[in-house]
Design a protein around this ligand. Structure first.
Ligand SMILES: *Cc1c(COP(=O)(O)O)cnc(C)c1O
Length: 224
């Protein structure tokens, strides 16, 4: 695609987001994070030139490499992958604007120790395994609010901003919808939460209609 064709392509995605968010309310604002894990720095630059500023990666080493390669651009980097304890320092060195996948109290406590030692803070979302899938990370819906509160209390260097979830892995949109509704209900119950990150290329419209205000689009944004 030429730059002009790509712009038209992205405009269409923006229109789809707009259409869905207006079904909720004209005050319902949705932020799009372009997930660049399948894409090169050149492809990110092309999308940046169309106006996209927030990008996300799911591997610490990829985030580091791309943030370095693109350090001339004022990109807002998100980390959406699961974090192994031995990668915490590497992630903190990159200082991402938001960590979407805080998936256990144990990881929060480990992060807290490292943050405290460095006298730093990190904005993060609690990942919820809303559809209770074995293949997925995240805390179970029943205990999510309790863990959210406990992290707020015990981990002062983590700024919990809300919740994140990956929609149920199903062709049945009723099942996917129910997983989004579960996440959104938890989001509503968590005191101080302002971000509900859910919805990917295949299900973002449904996610927005269920109350998502942050979508993570990978293959769609990069036309893969
Ligand atoms: C890869 C990824 C996405 C984007 O997936 P697409 O289906 O390509 O839009 C979103 N969130 C997370 C956590 C991911 O790992």
């Amino acid at each position: 695609m030429t730059q002009i064709e790509y712009k038209i392509y992205i405009d269409d995605i923006v229109r789809r987001v707009e259409f869905s968010r207006l079904k909720v309310s004209e005050h319902h604002i949705v932020k799009t994070v372009a997930i660049s894990k399948y894409s090169t720095s050149d492809e990110i630059t092309q999308l940046y030139n169309i106006g996209q500023r927030a990008y996300g990666e799911n591997k610490v080493q990829d985030l580091k490499a791309k943030a370095n390669e693109l350090d001339e651009l004022p990109i807002e980097w998100h980390f959406v992958g699961n974090l192994q304890k031995n990668k915490i320092n590497n992630l903190l060195d990159i200082d991402p604007s938001l960590f979407h996948a805080l998936d256990s109290l144990e990881l929060a406590q480990e992060l807290q120790k490292k943050l405290e030692a460095k006298d730093r803070t990190l904005d993060a979302l609690l990942q919820i395994n809303s559809a209770k899938e074995e293949s997925k990370h995240g805390v179970m819906p029943e205990v999510a609010c309790g863990i959210y509160k406990q992290i707020q209390k015990e981990c002062p260097n983590i700024n919990l901003k809300g919740v994140m979830s990956i929609g149920a892995h199903s062709d049945d949109s009723k099942i996917v919808k129910s997983s989004f509704e579960t996440t959104h209900a938890i989001y509503k119950q968590c005191e101080g939460a302002t971000i509900c990150s859910m919805g990917m290329s295949g299900d973002f419209e449904l996610a927005i209609e269920c109350g998502s205000n942050m979508i993570r689009l990978g293959s769609l944004m990069f036309n893969k």
